[in-house]
Design a binder for this molecule. Structure first.
Ligand code: 6PG
Length: 254
């Protein structure tokens, strides 16, 4: 089945991408809380989302989200302690969570520091099922928003090219191996990501230009370009990219 045509919006620079992402996040959060009383979000890792997290912690965005009604998860995590500089949890805690007073019970950290990563993945799936109020061995729950980044090799979350994690058909969270340190990870799988109501990719920087053009406009090859494998079955797929990352796209300039 051909994937839904993704919506791609080009912005001048990283700050504008961050602002556009903050607007989208606030809008999705408001819709979710009005419709279902809570906003379920999966934060992404790496460096790209930092500006988004900083903006959400400041006016005017800070006041536009009721933080006690947000359930925070992570779409992937590195197998490091939560205070390690490479921890995606630490990055989000420093840039956002500790600034806006999120109740601890709303923060669902991946325990990726555990020695047994498969057990940690199964525990995270159990936590997802508990918080969403669904059966652990049933269909994946529906996030209101899954934030994703993309590596220069086309990976997303910690779904790397030609890996078992990328092909996982049933589990919602699995261990994975990265080609770069920190190598051991835990990641959402495509079955979970694709159930989201909205998937938002943030991509900035000239180093992503070649792969972004391949992912969005090249031949379909999700095994080689995992970001192409993201195809929400009943949800919105939105790419917010800066001009540097978009420089190789045939798409019209903003
Ligand atoms: C991670 C991320 C990963 C990231 C991309 C882009 O844990 O590393 O989840 O998928 O989004 O590698 O990373 P940058 O934003 O640092 O370029």
């Amino acid at each position: 089945m051909n994937p839904a045509t993704p919506e791609v919006r080009r912005h001048r620079d990283a700050d504008e991408v961050g602002r556009a992402a903050a607007e989208e996040t606030v809008a999705v959060a408001r819709q979710a809380v009005e419709a279902r009383g809570r906003f379920f979000v999966a934060l992404s890792g790496g460096s790209t989302p930092r500006r988004l997290y900083e903006l959400l912690a400041e006016s005017p965005y800070r006041e536009r989200i009721r933080w006690s009604e947000v359930e925070f998860f992570w779409s992937d995590e590195r197998a490091v302690d939560p205070d390690h500089p490479a921890s995606n949890f630490r990055r989000a805690r420093e840039a956002l969570l500790q600034k806006v007073g999120v109740p601890p019970e709303r923060i669902h950290r991946v325990q990726a520091e555990r020695a047994d990563l498969d057990a940690a993945a199964r525990e995270y799936q159990r936590e997802l099922a508990r918080v969403f109020g669904v059966l652990e061995d049933g269909p994946p729950p529906r996030f209101d928003l899954v934030l994703l980044g993309m590596g220069a090799d086309g990976h997303t979350a910690s779904l790397f090219p030609r890996t078992l994690a990328l092909r996982e058909p049933l589990r919602w969270v699995v261990p994975s191996r990265a080609p770069v340190d920190p190598r051991d990870r835990l990641t959402f799988t495509l079955p979970l990501i694709d159930r989201a109501r909205c998937v938002l990719f943030l991509v900035i920087g000239a180093d992503k230009a070649a792969v972004l053009a391949e992912v969005l406009e090249g031949a379909r090859d999700p095994e080689r370009l995992p970001s192409q494998g993201v195809d929400p079955t009943d949800g919105r797929l939105l790419w917010l990219v800066d001009e540097a990352a978009a420089s190789r796209l045939r798409l019209g300039a903003a």
